[in-house]
Design a protein around this ligand. Structure first.
Ligand SMILES: Nc1nc2c(ncn2[C@@H]2O[C@H](COP(=O)(O)OP(=O)(O)O)[C@@H](O)[C@H]2O)c(=O)[nH]1
Ligand SMILES: [Mg+2]
Length: 237
């Protein structure tokens, strides 16, 4: 039987990039042996992304759109996961997705609750600039130290069993891009079965946020996650 998969893509001010990217994505996923619905989770766009997404979805049964008022990556992801009804959910960015990842991840589905696309696993091919690759390495070392995480990359595409995401998504306190990392850390703490597949990463466009500008915000966010997890551990005993 073909597995069912809901692909959640957060989108914010993507009116220029989204139509071409979606066209490619929808063509690529035809090759995947699964019943796939794409859920665009838009919030807070000021460039008409939400209206455009709704127009595109009106002409395509594989597409759904969720819209929320305020720009917030984490809130969009949470809403997307809550709306998912398929056995598996996967999260892609509009500028970073891969049908091949989905195929490899589904092949591991019998033995995993969550499959991560890793930019650092053996066999990965990370074609981004040196600064970004170094940032990914440094970030992962911090995650390992702060949270005793054993995975090689928490940030990127992932396939998650829906029962697991149903339990986890509402617990995640992080907004913005740390949402992904906190989700993976929480999955590890629960003893979820985690698998990694090596990813090929080629940026389809320049990163929109400044790398160095993100560092202090990221460190503050990680500290907040750590405090929250410690407080939860104390209230459990
Ligand atoms: N819904 C929603 N999506 C967002 C928000 N910020 C970023 N995104 C989406 O998240 C994905 C990754 O964002 P991007 O700007 O490429 O981040 P970067 O690659 O980390 O610089 C893209 O699909 C964006 O449209 C937000 O505030 N709300
Ligand atoms: Mg990007």
């Amino acid at each position: 039987m073909r597995p069912s998969v809901d692909v959640i893509i957060p989108v914010h001010n993507e009116a220029a990039f989204m139509p071409g990217a979606l066209h490619r994505l929808l063509a690529d996923i035809e090759r995947v042996a699964a019943d796939i619905t794409v859920i665009l989770a838009e919030n807070g766009s000021t460039d008409g992304t939400g209206e455009l997404a709704e127009r595109l979805a009106a002409g395509d049964r594989r597409l759904r759109v969720l819209r929320l008022p305020d720009p917030d990556y984490g809130a969009a992801m949470r809403a997307g996961f809550a709306a998912a009804g398929a056995t598996w959910v996967v999260n892609f960015d509009i500028d970073y997705f891969s049908a091949d990842f989905l195929t490899s991840a589904l092949a591991l589905a019998g033995e995993a609750d969550i499959v991560l696309a890793s930019k650092r696993a053996p066999g990965a091919d990370d074609r981004r600039a040196l600064l970004r690759r170094t940032g990914t390495l440094g970030f992962n070392l911090i995650i390992r130290l702060l949270f005793r995480s054993a995975v090689s990359d928490t940030h990127g595409m992932k396939l998650i069993r829906r029962e697991l995401i149903d339990q986890l998504a509402s617990q995640v306190i992080s907004t913005q891009d740390l949402f992904d990392t906190e989700l993976v850390i929480r999955a590890e703490r629960r003893g979820a079965r985690i698998a990694e597949v090596p990813a090929t990463v080629e940026e389809l466009r320049e990163a929109r946020s400044s790398f160095l500008g993100r560092v202090p915000r990221t460190l503050r966010g990680l500290w907040k996650i750590r405090r929250a997890l410690s407080a939860e551990a104390r209230s459990d005993v």
